[in-house]
Ligand binder design. Sequence first.
Ligand code: C2E
Ligand code: CA
Ligand code: CA
Length: 467
Amino acid sequence: MNRPDGRRIWLSLSCHPLNPDGDQPQAVVISFTDITQRRAVDTRLEHEATHDALTGLANRTVAINRLGPPARNHRCGHTAVLFIDLDNFKVINDSLGHSIGDRVLQVIGSRLSHGISPDDLVARLGGDEFVVIAAGVTSPDEALELVSHLRPELAGPLTVAGRRLHIDASIGIVIAGPGDDRTGEDLLRDADLAMYQAKTQGRGQHAFFDVELRERTQRRLQLEQDLRDAPGNGQLWLAYQPIVDLRTGHTTAFEGLLRWTHPHYGTIAPLEFIELAEESDLINLVSDHMLRTATEETVELRARRNANVSLTVNLSARQFDDPHLVPNIRRTLDTTRFPPNALCMELTESALLRDPTVAARTLAELRDFGVHLAIDDFGTGYSSLAQLLKLPVDTLKIDKSFTTGLGTSKDAQAIITSIIAMAHAVDLTVVAEGVEHPLQLDILRQLDCDLAQGYHLGRPTAAHNLW
Ligand code: C2E
Ligand code: CA
Ligand code: CA
C-alpha cells in the first residue's frame, strides 16, 4: 500500500476473533505490521544467494537449475549451453592488477547480457568463466549463429582505466534435446570439456561436445590414475624386438618396448601412456621399472641362450630434467648385474636438442660408464646432422617413414643413401627401422646399412617367447 508520504510499503495482516469460544465472533481484531524492511532483507539475501557479487549476473546455482531437465522441458526442451572462458585472462590479472581484471569481467558480463535475448540467461560461474544458456536452439548451425552473434561482444576492444585491451574467449558448446536426461551439472561439465577442446585449438576458438570427447577424457583421467600403480602391480611389461646384423643375419640386440595390460582397457600402446607419464611426473617411476625389468630379463636371456645380445631401451626427453637420472641408471645396472656396454639408450632428436647443454652433459656421463647411445627416429626432426654429430652418440636409427619408401620412392632411397654415407664418415652405426618387406632388406644391404629392425625380421614379443 502507499503511505501518506507516497512510499510503497509491505504490510502483513492478521485477524484474531475476540471470543474464540463463542459460536459467532462478536468482534475481530485486525492488526497490520510493516514488513517492508524484512522483505528487503529477504530479497537481498535471495539475490546474494543467486547472483555473482562482482558482475551482478546469475551465479552457478541458477545456471545449474536452469539447465536441469525440469526447467529445460518447461522451456521447449531444446537448449544450447555455451561455456565461455576468457583467453589469457590470467595475464591481464597478473600484469595489470586485479582491479582491472575485475573491471574486464564486469564489462564482458554486461556485454554478454546485452547480447542475448530476454528469455536466455548469462551466468558467471567463477573466475573468468561465463555460461550462456539459450532456449530453442535445435541444431549446431543455430548454436554457431549464437556464437557468431556473441563473438564481437567478447572480442571487441575494451577500454579499462585508460587502457585498450583485446580479449577473446574459447567457447565450448553443448546442445541438449528434449529427451536428454543429463542434469545441469552434467551439461556444464560437458560444455567445460568442449571448452578445453577449443582451447587446444588456440585462442578465440569454439568446439562442440561429443560423447567421444567425454570418453577420451574419462579414459585419460582413468589411465593417469591407474598408471601410478601399474609398475607395482605387474601390468607394465616389455615386448622385445630383434635388431638384426645385415651382414651376418644374426640378432645382435633387442629393443625393449613397454606395454601396459590394463584390466579394463586391455593392451595400451606406449605412444598413449608414455605421453601421460611425461605430463605427470610418473615418467621416472615408469622408466625405472622398465629399465630394471628389461635388464633382468636380458640377463636371463643371455644366460639361457648363451649369447651376447645387447639391450636397447628408449629414454624420454623429460627424463633429462631428472638430476638423479644417471645415478639411478647406474644403480639399476649394478643391482641387476647388467654390463653397461651391453646397453644402448635411444633418444629422439627433439629430446637431444631441447636443451643441448644438459643433453650433452648427460650423454657424456652415460657414455663415461660404458652405455651406448643412439638417435631414434632420425630424419623426423628438423635438426641438422652436423648439430647432432657434435653429441657423443654411437648409432643412428633411420625412421620407418624413409624405410617404407624403399623400392617405391627414389627420394627415400636417395635420403637413406646419404644418411648412411654421412653416418659412416663419422663412424656411426646405422639401423633402419620399420622393415616390413624382403625387398627393403635387399636394398638396405646394397646401401651398406649395418643393422635393421622391423616386422619382417621379427615383431615385438614378450621375453618368455624368446627363451
Ligand atoms: P620407437 O622407439 O620408434 O619404437 C619403434 C616402434 O615401431 C614400436 O612401436 C614398434 O613396435 C614399431 N615397429 C617396429 N617395427 C615395425 C614395422 O615394421 N612396422 C611398423 N608399422 N611398426 C614397427 P611401439 O612399441 O608402439 O612403441 C612406440 C613408441 O613408444 C616407441 O617408438 C618409443 O618412442 C615409445 N616407447 C616404447 N617403449 C618406451 C619406453 O620404455 N620408454 C619411452 N620413453 N618410450 C617408449
Ligand atoms: Ca626406439
Ligand atoms: Ca624409432
